[in-house]
Design a protein around this ligand. Structure first.
Ligand code: A2P
Length: 272
């Protein structure tokens, strides 16, 4: 039996014993580099919106190939959603991008992460700053009721090189008003600000520059970042994370963690 055979939907009666396996329900390709997919959720699996989990496929030698993926759906959703880049020669994503409904993938059962409400002190405005696939934990948090219970305003920024990379975030934002749990509140409180750096779009530039030159706040018509009222969650490349950390700390923000809530948090799980 090959790894591929093993991960076909198991036939009744002869299903191999696959701990942590879930069934793919749907797959959507956003462009030639990005896709999202939904899988079944085990009834006993619990996580906090914004956390990540290890997911993967069995390798040829039987050893699973696992990577950390943010769960892009909220804790209350009956299914799990993930958002992924396709790396042509990537050990996992070169294969994961070919999954179809009915296939089985591994979803480990120990979620963790720092992009959670528990790691932030109370505030008035929540900023979720992302680049590329870093939008995934915020796809969860934008559908999390606590985001709207705890904050008067919720901002999601996403910066990508090209316009097509913004499609997933745009789709999520457009669908948000119809969300059964948070739709009404999100319609009042949620705003998305998307920028590109290498292709023309309505808003252009790196988020770091747009914070420092004040353009972000001018465009949204809100006051600049202030640790007295703002709380910030960051998910992007190592360089972006470090640049935003410096910008925020210069403005008096302190980093939070699950054990000690603060003014901002960074997810470090996805950077090399
Ligand atoms: P840029 O095109 O100017 O490099 P990547 O695809 O390399 O992960 O980058 C995703 C987005 O994040 C791009 O728009 C990129 O802008 C931007 N970016 C990369 N590094 C930084 C950084 N240190 N600070 C702010 N934005 C960054």
């Amino acid at each position: 039996m090959t790894a591929t055979d093993l991960f076909q939907a198991p036939a009744p009666g002869n299903a191999p014993d696959l701990p942590d396996a879930q069934t793919v329900l749907s797959v959507r390709h956003w462009d030639d580099r990005l896709f999202s997919f939904r899988v079944t959720r085990s009834g006993s699996f619990r996580f906090r919106s914004g956390e990540f989990v290890m997911i993967g496929l069995p390798g040829d030698n039987g050893k699973p190939i696992l990577r950390a993926y943010s769960i892009a759906s909220p804790f209350w959703d009956e299914e799990l959603e993930f958002y992924s880049i396709k790396v042509p020669d990537g050990p996992l994503t070169s294969r994961l991008q070919n999954i179809r409904p009915g296939d089985r993938i591994i979803v480990k059962t120990k979620p963790t992460g720092t992009l959670v409400h528990d790691a932030l002190l109370p505030g008035k405005r929540l900023w979720m700053l992302s680049t590329g696939t870093g939008v995934a934990p915020f796809a969860s948090l934008m559908r999390e009721p606590e985001s709207y219970e705890k904050y008067d305003q919720v901002f999601l920024t996403q910066t990508c090189r090209n316009v097509s990379e913004l499609a997933y975030g745009q789709h999520l934002a457009e669908r948000l008003a119809e969300d059964p749990l948070v739709g009404a509140e999100a319609a009042q409180k949620f705003r998305r600000y998307a920028t590109t750096t290498r292709e023309t779009s309505p808003h252009m530039g790196r988020i770091t520059d747009l914070i420092e030159n004040g353009r972000l706040f001018d465009d949204l018509d809100v006051p600049p970042l202030d640790p007295a009222v703002d709380r910030v969650m960051i998910c992007g490349s190592m360089a972006l994370n470090m640049d935003l950390k410096r910008i925020l700390e210069t403005r008096g923000f302190t980093e939070g963690a699950n054990s000690q809530p603060g003014d901002y948090v960074i997810e470090r799980a996805f950077v090399g």
